[in-house]
Design a protein around this ligand. Sequence first.
Ligand code: NAD
Ligand code: DAU
Length: 353
Amino acid sequence: MNQFSKTLLITGGAGFIGSHVVRLFVTKYPEYKIVNLDKLTYAGNLENLRDIENAPNYKFIKGDIVDADFIQDLFAVYQFDGVIHLAAESHVDRSISNPIEFVMTNVVGTVNLLNAAKHNWKDNKEKRFYHISTDEVYGTLGNEGLFTENTPYDPHSPYSASKASSDHFVRAYHDTFGINTVISNCSNNYGPNHFPEKLIPLAINNILNKKPIPIYGKGENVRDWLYVIDHARAIDVVFHNGKSGETYNIGGHNEWKNIDLIRLLCKIMDKKLNRAEGESEKLITFVTDRAGHDLRYAIDASKIEKELGWKPSVTFEKGLEQTVDWYLNNKEWLQNVTSGNYQKYYEQQYHNR
Ligand code: NAD
Ligand code: DAU
């Protein structure tokens, strides 16, 4: 007899956001069994979950969501009561150099999971498929306005096109097959475990190593930053209380021009590293702009705030300082992810799944 009230599949749980979601669910819901399915690409890292890896309600499985037969088998064995789907290729720059990888994981992988849910869940409306998406599907804003849940989709990068496509498939499976689905579209996350290819951890790593900080174009692009643990809290709320077929925008009311954000980060790092004020700013280097670079993202999060009672809990000043402290206290983590050491280790360990 199963001792757990629910068995949930979380995909991409070894990645940046997924690791915080897995930790929250494993610790907050000891009555749930949490199965973390992750391919352990360059972005997946089990070090992110060391503290909970032996929890009795947690299981890690290495696997690829693009492998349809494997996904069908997994559903048959575990009889999941819900899916929280985060696995994805997530970096815009990589999508520009290798779009097909994004189509495979983000589109085909999502449809494989939907097919397995459709096949195994039949008409069970209690079982929920929750797709984690991005505000980038809405395209770009000018200087005014916010993305709402009704903003038309207008993706510009191969990454956002693949996420928009997967969102459409999730809605199609709700409308066509009656699956209980929910989608959330979140703004830029920051915090511990963020892979140092993305702006904030890349800048922290480069400042630490006195390397140039590349700023695309003039640094005028605006992003709306949310602390990753607040996103994990929002995912908990949407999974449990969101309405089937609905979409919820998640954001931090926290817009920053890239250049202003990096200047603030340089100031914080100068203090923490006992460097002269202004030393890190000298590392700022303006480089060729990203192709198709969206000017501004900003989220209207009033729906999730009003309907589900969620709001961000961490201020940007506090969150950024905590983030810097985390990277300074985890230099080995940084060293290992940038050198690929963890990948080599886990490839050996999970070779014979
Ligand atoms: P990430 O790149 O840090 O992690 C992605 C995880 O998915 C990794 O652990 C990787 O190993 C795994 N993965 C990749 N391909 C896989 C496959 N084929 N099969 C199984 N696992 C696979 O990404 P993240 O930043 O944590 O983003 C997680 C999700 O949240 C993504 O769907 C992303 O689109 C979305 N999102 C991210 C942000 C952000 O700011 N990072 C904002 C909004 C939405
Ligand atoms: O908005 C949500 C999205 O945020 C998520 O869906 C994506 O998965 C996530 O990667 C993130 O996308 P961005 O492209 O906004 O994040 P990134 O950190 O790559 O870039 C943030 C901004 O900084 C963007 O305007 C590009 C700029 N940038 C980025 C890098 C890596 C630079 O100026 N220099 C850089 O070296």
